[in-house]
Design a protein around this ligand. Structure first.
Ligand SMILES: Cc1cc2nc3c(=O)[nH]c(=O)nc-3n(C[C@H](O)[C@H](O)[C@H](O)COP(=O)(O)O)c2cc1C
Length: 169
């Protein structure tokens, strides 16, 4: 690929500020979790609401979701930078059991790890997955949504964590 095209793509996408979530999974393949910003709503009006997440094929969480057939998308609160860094491996924690030992969580209705303090938690059964070049695109059927009282979600844009500020007037 043209390296200029790649770097312009990366810079352009860095300007698309997104929210930060942790995709978690548990089951026969074990318990894993990874920080993602690729969480997107697909439909509110199908048989169930649905969402998608793109996770690198080398991520152990991606392989585990394929086997566990379920995952949970935990949308982080703006006070949860530490949780984002832990599950992005930025705190030197490659071991996923160690990642989970550092956060407060409990199994949700599908047995998937629900992280305490998340602004919204989407528990999903894996509906389908597409392997696209470097990433798995997971589509989940949402079976339960849990909302916290504080909706201030952590954002990420231009390579930094951010918070949303409302324009006055
Ligand atoms: C804010 C933020 C967003 C990220 N979004 C994604 C994403 O959408 N998909 C992905 O595969 N990795 C994403 N990453 C990178 C993973 O969190 C990182 O590669 C992690 O170390 C993978 O861990 P694992 O290989 O142990 O599963 C993101 C990282 C950060 C800090």
């Amino acid at each position: 690929m043209d390296p200029d095209l790649r770097s312009c793509f990366v810079e352009g996408m860095s300007r698309a500020a997104t929210f930060v979530a942790v995709a978690t999974t548990d089951g026969e393949a074990g318990r894993f979790g990874v920080t993602i910003s690729s969480l997107t709503s697909v439909s509110a009006d199908g048989e169930h609401p649905s969402l998608l997440a793109c996770i690198h094929h080398r991520s152990s969480t991606a392989s585990a979701i394929l086997r566990n057939r379920a995952f949970c998308a935990n949308l982080l609160h703006e006070g949860q930078l530490d949780v984002a860094n832990i599950f992005a491996g930025r705190s030197g924690m490659a071991d996923h059991d160690e990642r989970f030992s550092k956060v407060d969580w409990q199994p949700g209705s599908l047995g998937q790890p629900v992280i305490a303090g998340a602004t919204a938690v989407f528990e999903c059964r894996l509906a389908t997955a597409l392997y696209w070049e470097t990433h798995h695109i997971f589509v989940g059927h949402v079976t339960r949504v849990t909302l916290s009282d504080n909706p201030a979600t952590l954002l990420y844009g231009q390579r930094a964590y951010r918070r949303a500020v409302e324009f006055g007037g």
